[in-house]
Design a protein around this ligand. Structure first.
Ligand SMILES: [Zn+2]
Length: 347
């Protein structure tokens, strides 16, 4: 049996946060509401949402401090509602990832209110969580609803927007890995999920100028593409369509350099060029587009040491070992990695 879980309602528009009371009243019958946000996002959006919802709901706000599993336990212990509640997650990756796991563990629903368009986790059921310093991608819960306010998303720093573009362009290499796994390992493959992920990646190419200028239409297309990528994960019931060797690299770099301040989409976009080259695909074209969008294409753009990049590529094989990609297929040596990086401008 196949089981797919999707967000039930998606709201996209300018200043729709002002209508938050009506939207939430339409979605939930409970009166108890937990708001999760980050320190910055609480000041920017959370406080305002809390104030608006307080007129209709019993609201408890929590500031999410890290994407560590202990944070889920801490918040769970501090929830003092006697009857059922729902969760509203306002922020970027960290807050939404914690909400996904908290919703699963408390058997509740959560609404995702992204404050930046920086990755496709805003709509997917998979969460990136750290346990004892090691990053894990775990199956949790997709958001019950997504409220994407374009005014809020437009005001996010451009670096976060570029990260979202990088996370989507990474689908070109992720899908090649999936096709390879189908061919070599006879892994199940969903044509529909793969095409949806690729369509999301192509949206970035098509609307890149509008995205770069921060125009409303560009940000709208970007957020819709990120939502579509998350939905491709729901269709496949696996992060396969959205995550290949370039995501394994990102996780490996987080293990080698914990606490690095390189954004998720920055790590994967850099590695995407490397893996597209290995797949024999048109890496030059994607590199040009990344440069246009100011996504990192060299270690000097994100300040990664040469040695850390090499070690992360080598270590990436150990991350999610059951995920077969071009890395396992080619079994690269250190010298191969250096040679490729010099050829394609990563070093
Ligand atoms: Zn990603």
């Amino acid at each position: 049996m196949r089981w797919m879980q999707f967000p039930r309602e998606i709201y996209i528009g300018e200043k729709i946060i002002e209508d938050i009371n009506n939207i939430i009243a339409r979605l939930f019958h409970q009166r108890n509401c937990i708001i999760l946000s980050g320190r910055k996002t609480y000041n920017l959006v959370g406080r305002c949402v809390e104030k608006k919802l307080s007129s209709n709901f019993n609201v408890r706000s929590f500031i999410v401090l890290s994407s560590n599993y202990n944070e889920v336990l801490r918040i769970k212990n501090e929830i003092d509602f006697n009857d059922s509640f729902f969760i509203i997650a306002i922020g970027g990756g960290k807050v939404i990832d914690i909400a996904k796991v908290l919703a699963k563990e408390t058997d509740t629903e959560f609404v995702s209110i992204p404050t930046c368009a920086s990755h496709d986790g805003i709509s997917s059921s998979f969460a990136s969580i750290f346990k004892e310093g090691i990053p894990y991608s775990i199956k949790a819960k997709p958001p019950y609803a997504i409220i994407a306010d374009l005014e809020i998303l437009k005001s996010a720093p451009y670096r976060l927007t570029a990260s979202g573009c990088g996370d989507l362009l990474a689908k070109f290499s992720a899908i090649e890995d999936w096709k390879l796994a189908r061919r070599i390992r006879r892994e199940p493959f969903s044509e529909y999920a793969a095409n949806l992920a690729l369509m999301a990646a192509r949206t970035v190419i098509k609307y890149r100028r509008l995205i770069k200028r921060g125009e409303t239409l560009g940000i709208k297309k970007l957020i819709k593409a990120l939502v579509a990528s998350g939905i491709s994960i729901s269709i496949a019931n696996s992060s396969r369509p959205a995550s290949g060797a370039e995501h394994k690299f990102a996780h490996a770099l987080d293990i080698i350099k914990p606490g690095n301040d390189i954004l998720h989409g920055e790590k994967v976009s850099l590695a995407t060029i490397f893996f597209l080259y290995l797949h024999g695909k048109d890496w030059k074209r994607i590199r040009e587009i990344m440069m246009e969008l100011r996504c990192p294409t060299s270690i000097y753009d994100v300040k990664i040491d040469k040695e850390d990049f090499i070690q992360a590529i080598l270590k990436a094989r150990e991350v999610k070992p059951d995920r077969f990609t071009i890395l396992e297929y080619k079994n690269l040596s250190r010298d191969d990695i250096v040679k490729i990086c010099e050829e394609i401008g990563i070093f």
